[in-house]
Design a protein around this ligand. Structure first.
Ligand SMILES: *[C@@H]1O[C@H](CO)[C@@H](O)[C@H](O)[C@H]1NC(C)=O
Ligand SMILES: *[C@@H]1O[C@H](CO)[C@@H](O)[C@H](O)[C@H]1NC(C)=O
Ligand SMILES: *[C@@H]1O[C@H](CO)[C@@H](O)[C@H](O)[C@H]1NC(C)=O
Ligand SMILES: *[C@@H]1O[C@H](CO)[C@@H](O)[C@H](O)[C@H]1NC(C)=O
Length: 353
């Protein structure tokens, strides 16, 4: 009996070490996260919103894989040192996605490997089960972000819906890249921690394609959630204190008839902003963008709201020229760069950055 157990353990050790190396759990203290992550199970962290990031500094390994799945499609930008490639995950069965098959790793070097969810929650929600590395590999403490923090809240525009692609073209899930959106550019320029909660088609009181006012599951209903498809999974607002919150909502409310009344739109929007302000103990500065896919009356109402609550209004009506579009009538890479160029100096001036 004892011998049998001993042999079983020995066989297991050999097989496990040869076949799979070391599994670093998502909850390892040296895995660094930015954005809303559901950490309720230390063996599987769930990521939904665009821009959620996880990073490690790893040394002593020639192999490196991330074990991931996606319900729906998830696209990650994977950075290793200065190189970047896109990882496309459409399998709901967890499996290792190898970095070392793409970039050869020198075990004497230390690598900064960063995954950024570049596509939105509506398209796919991904679970991270850990990293597979060689036995003997180790993680270094990841330097924690300091200083500025900025949050972007919005709809398809903020997600970068259709941004990669040359018109005429319809939307494809792989056409979003949060790092190239106006929010991504601004966060990068300001060297700020970057949080995004955005969902295509959502409005303040009316969603795209809906004829019901108020529509079901408008943006303010999804906003409090870590995983926006799980209506009980509330985000802990103490985990991130933004200095600035930039909101670009309202385009879907006024995209099609029937339009919401001015009173309902303004009062619900103000209620939403007040909710955000009470959740964040540091009382971030609020910026309200209107445009570039909508004009009046929506933009007039948003200016009224900015005056009422002392937020900073940023006007982006009619800024897009034919070359600025991506697919499905949305701002493309050039359009997002233009949006960033308008908002950046206004944010800098008001934040003293
Ligand atoms: C936590 O995640 C692991 C790995 O996916 C899974 O096997 C386990 O059942 C989960 N635990 C709970 C309590 O859900
Ligand atoms: C991603 O994978 C899906 C499913 O296999 C496929 O339809 C899609 O074209 C792929 N996209 C890219 C960019 O490779
Ligand atoms: C790691 O790489 C990411 C992506 O390029 C970068 O944003 C980050 O600053 C790097 N971190 C460190 C500690 O080098
Ligand atoms: C809105 O939600 C209600 C209650 O859950 C449901 O009965 C109704 O069908 C939903 N409407 C739409 C358009 O999804």
């Amino acid at each position: 009996m004892k011998i049998y157990i001993f042999i079983s353990i020995l066989v297991c050790l050999l097989v496990c070490s040869c076949a799979s190396g070391l599994l670093i759990a998502p909850s390892d203290v040296n895995v660094y996260y930015v954005g809303r992550v559901d950490k309720s199970n230390g063996s599987q962290y769930v990521l939904a919103w665009s821009g959620v990031q996880f990073s490690v500094l790893v040394t002593g390994t020639t192999t490196f894989s991330a074990v991931l799945d996606s319900v729906g499609e998830t696209y990650y930008s994977v950075y290793i040192g200065t190189a970047m490639y896109v990882l496309n995950i459409s399998s709901s069965t967890p499996q290792p996605y190898s970095i070392s098959e793409t970039v050869s790793l020198d075990p004497t070097q230390t690598y900064n490997i960063t995954f950024i969810k570049r596509s939105e929650a509506e398209i796919g929600i991904s679970t991270f089960y850990g990293f597979l590395v060689d036995n003997g590999a180790s993680l270094l403490p990841y330097p924690k972000a300091r200083g500025r923090a900025i949050e972007f809240i919005g709809d398809s525009i903020t997600c970068g819906y259709g941004m990669i692609g040359v018109p005429p073209c319809s939307f494809q899930p792989d056409q979003e890249d949060i790092t190239l959106t106006y929010g991504g550019i601004i966060a990068q320029e300001l060297n700020a921690q970057f949080y995004v909660e955005a969902w295509s088609g959502k409005g303040i009181v009316k969603n795209y394609g809906s004829t019901t006012i108020p529509s079901n599951e408008t943006f303010p209903e999804l906003y409090p959630l870590t995983i926006p498809t799980q209506s009980t999974d509330y985000w802990d607002f103490n985990d991130f204190l933004p200095d600035a919150v930039v909101i670009n909502l309202g385009s879907n409310d006024y995209e099609q008839l029937p339009h919401p009344s001015q009173h309902l739109f303004e009062s619900t929007f103000i209620e939403f902003i007040n909710y955000i302000s009470t959740k964040y103990s540091d009382k971030p500065t609020i910026f309200l963008i209107c445009g570039p896919m909508i004009g009046n009356p929506c933009c007039q109402y948003i200016q009224n709201i900015a005056v009422a609550i002392s937020a900073v209004y940023i006007d982006m009506q009619d800024i897009l020229k034919p070359n600025d579009y991506g697919c499905a009538g949305h701002p493309g890479v050039e359009g997002h760069a233009k949006m960033a160029a308008i908002a950046l100096p206004i944010i800098q001036k008001n934040m003293g950055w």
